[in-house]
Each structure stands twice: as C-alpha cells, then as structure tokens.
Design a protein around this ligand. Sequence first.
Ligand code: CU
Length: 203
Amino acid sequence: MKVRLFAVKAAIVSGAVLLLAVAGLAGEIKGKVSVQGIKSAENIAVYVDTIPDKKLDAPTTKPVVDQTKMTFVPHVTVVQVGTTVEFLNSDPVGHNVYWPSISGNKKLAHNMGTWPKGDKKSFQFNDAGTAGLLCNVHPEMNGYIVVSPTPYFALTDKSGNYEIKNVPPGKYTLKTWSEDGKVTTQAVEVAAGAVTADLTVKK
Ligand SMILES: [Cu+2]
C-alpha cells in the first residue's frame, strides 16, 4: 500500500515537473524600436513572419475597433491571420468602414457599409498584410488592421518598446509595420528565456 502511494506521488510530481519543463520552453522576444525620419516610435507592429511547416492554433480573440469621437480606437490593431474583428460605432452619427486594399492588393478591398450608434459588424481577416481603415463619411478618419501570419506579435509603446511573449524556440524572421516607415526585417533566434532584438525603422 505504501509503495503504491509512493508511486502515485511520484507520478504526480513527475507530471508537474514535465508541465514546468514545457512551460519553461517558451521564449520571449523583446526590444526597442528606434526611428529615423519618423515622428514617433509608438504604434509600430513587430511580428514573427510566416513559419514554414508550422501548424498554428486558430485565433480565439475577437478584438473590437471602436469608432468614437470621430476616430478609430485603437488607431492600430494587430491580429493573427484568421481573426474576426468587430467594428463598433459609438458615435451619434453614422460611420462607414472600408479599406481600399490589403498591403496594396486591391482585390482584397472591402466596404463594410455604414451603420448607426451602438451597432457593430464583424469581419474575418484571412489574408496577411495591412488594411488601412477609412470612413467614407468622414475623410479625416483613418486606422489600421495589421494581419500577422503568426500569433507572435506586439505593438510598440510610446518609447518604442515591445514584448512578444510565449514564442516557441526556433529561428524566425521578425518584421515591422509602421504607418510612415519602411518594413524592417531581422533574423532572431529564440530559446528558453528572453532574447533582445532592437530594430530601426526608417522613413
Ligand atoms: Cu465616420
């Protein structure tokens, strides 16, 4: 009896150790984005580009982009390819949502229509790239949906800092997207723990 109890305890302990080991494998990519010729290092998307032969879990979150006080909030939203985004109108006027292309591909242009306060419409983004959001009622309004091919992405804060958590070990290509700057790519190798990748985005 005592032996059997010991065996059960040993099994529980080794299971816990295994779980810890698996959790410990996940790495992290973090760093700071500097800019040259661009006014701000904020709101720059940093993401892991397509990983060949890697099966990724389908996204489960449904981020909301609000149209409030005549602006798209947030200004930039980064999502994994396949994500459904909900577009809400919180203003007392009708707003429209359309994008003329996704990363320049006009075949992926889409007009969602116009709807009143309190209503929302959703759209599933199945193509990687950037959709520049516009409202045909208010030409001054604009925002962005950056569709990342992987779930490993982040958006820089005011100082240009970013942090991508839970990245499995491997060799990847980091990519940036910014409103005013060129795309920057950088090779990065992730192991357990955090790896630092500082990037410079140029006009
Ligand atoms: Cu509008």
